[in-house]
Ligand binder design. Sequence first.
Ligand code: AMP
Length: 604
Amino acid sequence: MSVAMSVKDPIVGIDLGTTNSLVAFVRDGVPEVLRSREGRNLVPSVISFADGAPLVGYAAKSRKVRDAAHTVFSMKRLLGRGFEDLKDAAQGLPYKLLPGDGIVRIEIGGRAYSPIELSALILKELKLAAEKSLSMPVRRAVVTVPAYFNDSQRQATRAAGRLAGLDVLRIVNEPTAASLAYGLDRKRQGLIAVYDLGGGTFDISILKLHDGIFEVLATHGDTALGGDDLDLAIARIAAAELKERDGVDAFADLSLHAELLEAAEALKIALSERDSAELAVVSRGYRRAFARAELEELARPILERTRGPCLRALKDAGLRPEELSDVVLVGGPTRLRVVQEMAASIFGRAPNTSVHPDEVVSLGAAIQADILAGNNKDFLLLDVVPLSLGIETYGGLTSHLIARNTRIPTVAREVFTTFADRQTGVDIHVLQGERERVEDNRSLARFKLAGIPPQPAGIPRIEVTFLIDADGILQVSAKELKTGKEQTIEVRPSYGLTDAEVERMLAAGTRNAEADTEFKKLVEARNDAEPVLRATEKSLPHAARLLPPAEAEEVRRRFEALSEAMRGKDGGKVREACFALNRATAKLAELIMQEAVDQASGQR
Ligand code: AMP
């Protein structure tokens, strides 16, 4: 029954790439890339708005220079991101970006398109290609994304699918998909690293493959690093030489800008096979011989940026490079010798270049689709969350509910309480990032749980639940346990983390762990001390009456000392002063209590 269903209602696997996109399908147990409507395997992720219907693929790519004003590419760099968020990712893109309501828009021929709409056009093209190839309607797909895509970028990908008429059944991380295709023959076992350098993104995943189980141990990456950066570096050289020779600002002219990037890409690809090639900007009669060594020199500092994420992933997985059984290279730029050398230098071994770097991700997506269709029961995929998630607690601290690299799907619950007496509502502020302080993490969403029955501080019990589904998408709910009052939201940030932010947060998370711990100690000490101060304040007027003068004076002195410590930044001092005040007031508290008991019994 399930086999018949899957034949009638196939699930395809889609690699929605920055540069190229592919659709694949498992037929009789064998994954294969389906031909595009242009008769090729790849569909360049380029759209050209000529008169009439938009062109997608090679037809659009050929218009990149001829009709630069109406041709867009590398939309994936903008997907799920905001205008302010984008300064780095938009660098070198020769089209106009407009600030929108949260998300960025691209202006083409006087119309503004969101990256979601544009990605949907690519997905639509892949859907049509699959329908032609399979001779049946295609409505369901598994789509891959960079492992380091955040919640917002994943949601945007799913939305693009919906817009293209595809039900995106699962979002799979690209390196994980690649590992599925790599490990398909089931003979491959052990610990592998997938080094995935695409057109615009870099991902590193460490996986354990055993008996058909693909377990991601750790993942890291950079959502704005890829082959495009090499093109831009080459184009800058040509632009500088053109400026010098002709006095033109090549990047100010849309068409020339596009031509430079195209020439740079062609040169890069040529140098993956030859020792030297020519960089040619035909419209300006510009030609320049380029040696492979020259490109390698330009590329090294850019590729060096892949080292940090690789080392962090290894560390998170608790592994040394020599414990890996293989390093698998994925993505077009990994055909370059300099990229292979970089991977070799990071992992201390020659990488495996046996998988087809352009096709392996889509083949893996097709295998995951086949698993979902119920046709492949031998494989199990266990993936992880790329960044920690938590909520804000009193004093500006982040309480992490889910640590990064936790296996998904996952659920975490924690019970919190109120800080003020008779507090009837709490703000739930959802955060992403590794740091202790709220302001150092990324705010994902806020919502309010209202209608808590008024009670003394610390009495209500509010249970917060974080649920991450198999696509890595987060849902948060909060429930007051006494009344059962509940609020749920699917976290929908207006846009995601910038890569720089992710990097900064991760790096700073390690570097500042010590400072964060100090800050946390201070906040906790203050939180503990505050009720002691308040209680002492209330009992101070009784001290002179109930205690000998020296002891009353001691209480007052200790009270002032704690108030003073609370204004400082030393958590240890706050603790000490609080302890001393507690000790000094022990007798007073007892006497006040005794007096109250005596009064009560006197009244009886
Ligand atoms: P992907 O995202 O995996 O499709 O990779 C696209 C990137 O690979 C683009 O930056 C291409 O310019 C680059 N690319 C494709 N083929 C080659 C090659 N032979 N050598 C170097 N880079 C390549």
